[in-house]
Ligand binder design. Structure first.
Ligand code: PAN
Ligand code: ZN
Length: 189
């Protein structure tokens, strides 16, 4: 009987050995998501840095199926705010998700519909459960790429609109060399 190869994660680069989709997210793709709009403008005059890349292995979008993706979130800041993913609610809001930290150090913001945000550390070997109806965003607070695996129902989908409009209630910034979680001045309930 032939033994099949599974899909492998390159733990150095975060790349999947097989994937159905690759996404490259540059600053210009997510300029509305950072709170400091003038810092965004300033950077975009000179360059358009890659903030993160996603390798996704997605199966048919049907109830019961699972898909998974690795994300490579680079280190850096836009103004005082650390590089982060856009963050989203799922389009089918009752769909949950599991994140597994593989490399680097970061924080996960997990926010409910009322804007209550929980913050969980994401680092190698940590497993983070994102409950249904919660928006989620990863933030790289270290100086190496933050690499993690996400496993989600194939029909979950992404709703970026609410986050683009209002953001998360908390943002993660650097203050006097330290990581600080502060209220997002642009967030309205
Ligand atoms: C993850 C995210 C991935 C990129 O696979 O999609 O980290 O973040 P954004 O989708 O917020 O840009 C996931 O949560 N999937 O559901
Ligand atoms: Zn998700």
């Amino acid at each position: 009987m032939r033994i099949m190869d599974g899909i492998r994660i390159n733990l150095g680069s975060g790349e999947l050995s097989r994937f159905t989709k690759k996404i490259v997210r540059k600053l210009s793709d997510m300029k509305d998501f950072y709170y400091d709009k003038s810092a965004v403008k300033e950077i975009l005059i000179r360059s358009d840095p890659i903030i993160y890349e996603v390798y996704a292995y997605e199966t048919e979008r049907q109830d019961g199926n699972l898909s998974f993706a690795t994300t490579i979130l680079y280190p850096g800041k836009i103004g005082r705010e650390f590089y982060m993913t856009k963050g989203h609610f799922h389009e089918k809001e009752d769909r949950a998700e599991v994140y597994v930290g593989l490399s680097g150090t970061g924080l996960m913001l997990i926010m409910d519909k009322n804007g209550e945000t929980k913050i969980v550390k994401i680092e190698p070997n940590s497993v983070i459960y994102v409950p249904p109806y919660h928006a989620h965003r990863a933030v790289n607070i270290g100086d190496k790429p933050l690499i993690f695996l996400a496993i989600y129902p194939s029909d979950a989908g992404h709703n970026y609109g609410d986050i683009k409009l209002k953001g998360f209630s908390k943002i993660v910034v650097q203050e006097n060399g330290e990581v600080k979680i502060i209220d997002n001045p642009n967030y309205t309930r």
